[in-house]
Design a protein around this ligand. Structure first.
Ligand code: NDP
Ligand code: HSE
Length: 476
C-alpha cells in the first residue's frame, strides 16, 4: 500500500521529470494566427511548461519570405523557408499556413514520423480530413483542430468529448464572421449587399477576394467538420449544399424585419431520421449538411449574434439546446484555440498515452435536398389586379405546399415600360398607370423538390413579373 506522502513524492518526481522534458515545436506559418501563436509560446513559456508538463521549445517558424515585414516582433533567427527540415525534427507541429498544399504534405510527413499535429486549416480538413485522420491513427499520433471552426470558440472539444456520450441531432451555426458582419450591417443600415461588402473591405473585415466567405465556402468547410464530429461519420466539403449571401437584397432584409425576423448565413448539420431520406437507403439515419441564408425569428438566440461574431447552437437528445458564442476569427482569439490544443497534445505526449482515434465510427448516407423539409419565404413581384393571389395560391396547392402567411405591399402606380423586369414582361397587357405588388409567402414545411416545382410554375404565370427571393426559414 502506498502512503499519502509516498504518493505525493511520486507525483512531485513525475512533475520534476516532466519539467525537464522538452518538446520540439515546429510552427508552419507566421501570419495572422501563426505570429500570435509564436508570441504566446515565447512570452508565456513558463506558465505553458507548468501546464503542459514539458518545455515547449519553438524550433522555428516556416514562412515563404523570411525577410517580409512582420506585425509581431519575434527573433528573426526563428524564421526559415525549410518547413520540411523543421517538421522532421519536431515532436509537435502547428500548421498555420492554410490552403491544401504544401500544408497537407507537411502534416502527413509529421504524422508519419509520429509527431502530433495541431492545425486551424478547415479547408484541408474539409477536403481531405479522412486521409489525415487515418494517418494519425496509423501512427498513434494526435491531430487536433479546435481553431478550424469558429476561431476562439471551444466547439470541437465539446462536440468531440463533452457530448460524446449524448446523441447530437442538429448543429446550427453562424460560423463565418465576414458574412455575419455584412448581413448585420444590412439589417442595421438598410444598405444593399454590394455597398456593405465594400465598407467591410475598407474596414478590413472582408478580404480583398471575399469569394470564399460570401459564397458560403468557408462556412461549408466548417459545416463539414462539425457534421463529421457531431454524427461520428465522414462528411466532406463535396457533401455540403452551399449557397452564399450575394443574392440577399435590402428588400429581403426589410421584409424579414417586417415579419419580426432577421437573415443569417447558417451552417446546418442535421441527423435525418429513419424513412425521411431517399430511396436506396431504406432504413436507419442519414445526414444533411447545408449552408444558406436563412430567415430566423428575432427571438432566436442566433439572431442576437451581431457584427463579426460567431455562434454555434447544438441540439442533443439529453443535453437539450446548447449555445457557444465568441470571436470566430482574428490572430489572438484563434491563437487561443491553437494553444489550447497545443497544451492538451503536449500533456498526452508527456503521459505517453496513445493518440486519440478519429471519431468516425460509422458511415451515414448524405441526404439530398429533395428529402429535407423546411419552411420557405418566397417573394414575388406581381401585377396588382383581381385574381392574382388566387392563381399564385393555387400553384402552391397543386404542389402540396401549404401557405402559412402572406404579406402584400403595393408599390404604387408605375408606368408600363418602366425599368427592369416590369418592362420585359407586361403582365396581362397592363397599360399606363398599372401598379405592382410585392407578395411574400411563408410556407409550412415542404420538401425542396416541391418548393422548386412550385417556384418554376409560379414564374410561368403571366401575372408574375419575377420571383425576387426564395429563402429558407428556421426556428419557427
Ligand atoms: P496568413 O495568410 O496570415 O499566414 C499564412 C502564413 O503561412 C504566412 O506566414 C506565410 O508565409 C506562410 N505560408 C503560406 N504558404 C507557405 C508555403 N508554401 N511555404 C511556407 N510558408 C507558407 O494566414 P492566417 O494566419 O490567417 O491563417 C492560417 C490558418 O489558420 C489557415 O488555415 C486559416 O484558415 C486558419 N484560420 C485563420 C483564422 C483567422 O482569423 N485568420 C481563423 C481561424 C482559422 P509569409 O508570411 O512569408 O507569406
Ligand atoms: N474568413 C473567416 C470569417 C475567417 O470571416 O469568419 C475565420 O475562418
Amino acid at each position: 500500500m502506498t502512503s499519502t506522502s509516498e504518493a505525493q513524492l511520486a507525483a512531485a518526481q513525475r512533475q520534476d521529470a516532466g519539467a525537464e522534458r522538452v518538446l520540439t515545436v515546429a510552427l508552419l506559418g507566421g501570419g495572422t494566427v501563426g505570429s500570435q501563436v509564436a508570441r504566446i509560446l515565447l512570452d508565456d513559456a513558463e506558465a505553458l511548461t507548468a501546464r503542459a508538463g514539458a518545455r515547449l521549445e519553438l524550433a522555428g517558424i516556416a514562412v515563404r519570405n523570411v525577410g517580409a515585414p512582420r506585425d509581431v516582433e519575434l527573433p528573426r533567427e526563428l524564421y526559415t523557408t525549410d518547413a520540411e527540415g523543421l517538421v522532421a525534427r519536431a515532436d509537435l507541429v502547428i500548421e498555420l499556413m492554410g490552403g491544401i498544399e504544401p500544408a497537407r504534405t507537411h502534416i502527413l510527413a509529421a504524422l508519419r514520423h509520429g509527431a502530433s499535429v495541431v492545425t486551424g486549416n478547415k479547408a484541408l480538413l474539409a477536403q481531405d480530413g479522412a486521409t489525415l485522420f487515418d494517418e494519425a491513427d496509423a501512427n498513434d499520433a494526435e491531430l487536433n483542430f479546435e481553431a478550424a471552426v469558429a476561431g476562439a470558440i471551444p466547439i470541437i472539444r465539446p462536440i468531440r468529448e463533452s457530448l460524446s456520450g449524448d446523441r447530437i441531432t442538429r448543429v446550427l451555426g453562424i460560423v463565418n464572421g465576414t458574412t455575419n458582419f455584412i448581413l448585420d450591417s444590412m439589417d442595421t443600415t438598410g444598405a444593399q449587399f454590394a455597398d456593405v461588402l465594400a465598407e467591410a473591405q475598407r474596414l478590413g473585415y472582408a478580404e480583398a477576394d471575399p469569394t470564399a466567405d460570401v459564397e458560403g465556402l468557408d462556412a461549408a468547410a466548417k459545416a463539414a467538420i462539425l457534421a463529421s464530429l457531431a454524427f461520428h461519420t465522414r462528411v466532406s466539403l463535396d457533401d455540403v449544399r452551399c449557397e452564399g449571401i450575394t443574392k440577399v437584397s435590402a428588400a429581403d432584409i426589410a421584409a424579414a424585419q417586417d415579419a419580426g425576423m432577421t437573415i443569417k448565413l447558417l451552417a446546418i448539420a442535421e441527423l435525418v431520421a429513419d424513412g425521411a431520406h431517399g430511396a436506396g437507403t431504406g432504413k436507419g439515419e442519414g445526414v444533411s449538411v447545408r449552408v444558406h441564408p436563412t430567415l430566423l425569428p428575432r427571438t432566436h438566440p442566433l439572431a442576437a449574434v451581431h457584427g463579426a461574431y460567431n455562434a454555434v447552437f447544438v441540439e442533443a437528445e439529453n443535453a437539450g439546446s446548447l449555445m457557444f458564442y465568441g470571436a470566430g476569427a482574428g490572430g489572438a482569439p484563434t491563437a487561443s484555440a491553437i494553444m489550447g490544443d497545443v497544451v492538451t497534445t503536449a500533456r498526452r505526449i508527456v503521459a505517453g498515452s496513445p493518440g486519440r482515434a478519429g471519431t468516425a465510427t460509422r458511415v451515414l448516407p448524405i441526404v439530398g435536398p429533395e428529402s429535407i423539409t423546411t419552411s420557405y419565404s418566397v417573394g414575388l413581384e406581381v401585377a396588382d389586379q383581381p385574381g392574382v393571389l388566387s392563381r399564385v395560391a393555387s400553384v402552391f396547392a397543386q404542389h402540396g405546399v401549404s401557405i402559412e402567411t402572406m404579406r402584400q405591399q403595393i408599390h404604387g402606380t408605375e408606368k408600363a415600360g418602366g425599368a427592369g423586369a416590369a418592362a420585359d414582361k407586361d403582365p396581362a397587357g397592363r397599360g399606363e398607370g398599372a401598379s405592382r405588388a410585392e407578395l411574400r409567402f411563408v410556407t409550412h414545411r415542404a420538401t425542396e423538390a416541391a418548393l422548386a416545382a412550385t417556384v418554376a410554375d409560379i414564374k410561368n404565370l403571366d401575372v408574375v413579373e419575377s420571383v425576387t427571393s426564395v429563402l429558407r426559414v428556421e426556428g419557427v
